[in-house]
Design a protein around this ligand. Sequence first.
Ligand code: ATP
Ligand code: MG
Length: 410
Amino acid sequence: MIDNKNISKFAISIVEELQKNNYQAFLVGGCVRDLLCSIVPKDFDIATNATPNEIRKIFKASRIIGRRFKLVHIFNRSELIEVATFRSGDDHDKEGNLVKDQSGKILRDNIWGTLEQDTFRRDFTINALYYCPTSGKIEDHNSGVKHIRDKKIVSIGDPSKRFSEDPVRSLRAIRFSNKLNFKIDSNIKDAIYKKGHLLSNISNARIFDEFCKIFLSGLAEKNFRKLVSFGLNRYLIITNPNENAFSDQLINEALRNTDNRVKKNKSVTPGFLIAAMLWPELIKKSSKGGEINLRKFFRSMDQVLKSQQKITAIPRKFHTYIKDIWVLQLKLHSRIGKQPYKTLNHPRFRAAYDFLLIRERASNCNSNLGNWWTKFQKNDRLHQKSLISELKELNDKESYKKFGFTEELI
Ligand code: ATP
Ligand code: MG
């Protein structure tokens, strides 16, 4: 059923090496699932009964990572393979300490176990398949292969309990159902409604990781729609798409734009998407009747970022990037004298211009601003000059308004 040709040679060599040392070793999780669904896996994970220290001894180029969940990373020049030791999923550690918190969330899972035990700590049956590339056999203790055939996401154990242990599983169920075009089992749907609110207890670092998986893998629009239908969008982004038509449209346009870029193999950054998705919040805080209050605008930038930061840990390097894109939105409106040249030379011009086009599409605005910048950046100095002087009169009229946007534009 699985052709080893579709598996990383490096991953197979690690499995073989572990087996040679008399350990059990399998490819596991997403890669087995994806191979069975004829999807090219993005990475290959390995599960074994060797402990992290034992794995470390066999592979020179490796390191143990994690505390809550210890793993070994084995690497060569171009690949990194994650090797996890089978877990028993026991609630107590050797000292008898509880490793779950009051809401049932797992705080630590480092008690080693057997393959059979390991299957029960995995989230969904389709993710609990263990493939041995040597024998070509799949270990399937929870009917995962059948559920792949039936195209459905089924929880291992009671989803309500499983989602209390780890609320991120709600987000994963939604993500996998869209990625694979699988139906979500009805008891999982109930558990998402019931336990979704526990996502507010998850660290912002983990939510940011999941944010990137949900929105930067080419299915952002579809994922967002499903998140909204379950009411989970608020755990990923503070902007409420139902606030008004513009918020809804802007978010959709930004997500669609990201999906198109992924399809075309262009680079995508969470910074751009976050800047776009938070824009309605920034505008809400700093404008009245279609006019921007500049003082409020600059003051609100940090406030909006801070609120979002509480739910997703946006890496520092993106903060300046996001603010640059926002401030450039103002500058794109000012086309007097030398300003357009300065704006054009800004390192973030391209991103800001892309975002301007998204804003225009989202507001069904036929202002010529986007068009003007499209022409301006393509033309030589002489034509650029005439583009500016053509605007002279308009600029004079607009200048008193400073950067105040027309109502349709925001
Ligand atoms: P993808 O890499 O496409 O997002 P994946 O299934 O490989 O999907 P990973 O996050 O790479 O997801 O995890 C690898 C495997 O570890 C999963 O297939 C699943 O068996 C297990 N796993 C990961 N996260 C969880 C979780 N939150 N709860 C239970 N099991 C999990
Ligand atoms: Mg994976």
